[in-house]
Design a protein around this ligand. Structure first.
Ligand code: HEM
Length: 192
């Protein structure tokens, strides 16, 4: 596939561009007793270019921005809305993923781009307390519903995208693995 758009080579990120939709999502989140509560969802992701950047006249990275909207399957109500970027540095093969969610939690996760059995694999991780791939959260969330770590495995094969993410929480005085997974299909290559 052509990875050059407006004279910028987006490398593996080019495969993500467009709009994707899915109706096979599953969320496992804590209920008020810190027990797992499962919710089936539909979701859509839109990815579009956000250009190259040169950092400290040394590092060249490219990025795309995304918007992820998640609705309850049963009633179509939006219950998760997320924005951020994916970044790629060709010389090191590093990929990074930033996210911001409407609970006053933001993070930057990092990893290395991989290809396996025709799949393009974007696996990234962040940990609270890490200076580089870390998590920033409000004082309230730090005290009551702390995000301790985040891991995302995202893979693309043609027009099929799968992701599985684990957000490790400390909530209601217990550790809880908040898990989200889905399969999406590309409906257009047009940028969102
Ligand atoms: C598909 C993605 C996601 C969905 C559908 C989702 C959905 C939910 C749901 C249903 C809850 C239970 C509380 C409530 O009903 O509002 C929850 C809690 C929470 N989520 Fe997510 N979430 C997603 C991704 C994330 C991500 C990426 C993060 C942060 C890295 C995150 C952080 C949290 C936190 C901190 C809580 C605890 C808040 C509380 O229960 O009081 N979530 N999420």
């Amino acid at each position: 596939m052509n990875t050059v758009i407006d004279d910028v080579d987006y490398g593996p990120l080019a495969q993500l561009i467009g709009k994707w939709v899915g109706n096979k999502g599953l969320d496992t989140a804590p209920d008020a007793d810190a027990n797992p509560d499962e919710t089936a969802f539909t979701d859509e992701m839109t990815f579009s270019i956000s250009g190259p950047a040169e950092n400290a006249e040394e590092q060249n990275i490219v990025s795309i921005k995304y918007h992820h909207v998640v609705r309850k399957l049963e009633n179509g109500r939006v219950f998760h809305d997320q924005i951020g970027h994916w970044f790629y540095e060709k010389s090191t093969n590093i990929i990074m993923h930033s996210l911001s969610i409407p609970r006053a939690v933001c993070l930057l996760a990092g990893g290395e781009y991989q290809e396996r059995n025709g799949n393009s694999i974007f696996n990234v991780e962040a940990k609270a307390g890490s200076d580089a791939y870390g998590i920033v959260q409000s004082p309230f969330m730090l005290e009551k519903a702390k995000t301790k770590a985040f891991k995302m495995n995202l893979s693309v094969n043609g027009n099929v995208l799968n992701y599985h993410e684990v957000t490790s929480l400390h909530i209601y005085e217990k550790d809880f693995e908040h898990i989200d997974k889905s399969t999406l299909f590309r409906v257009t290559y047009e940028q969102g």
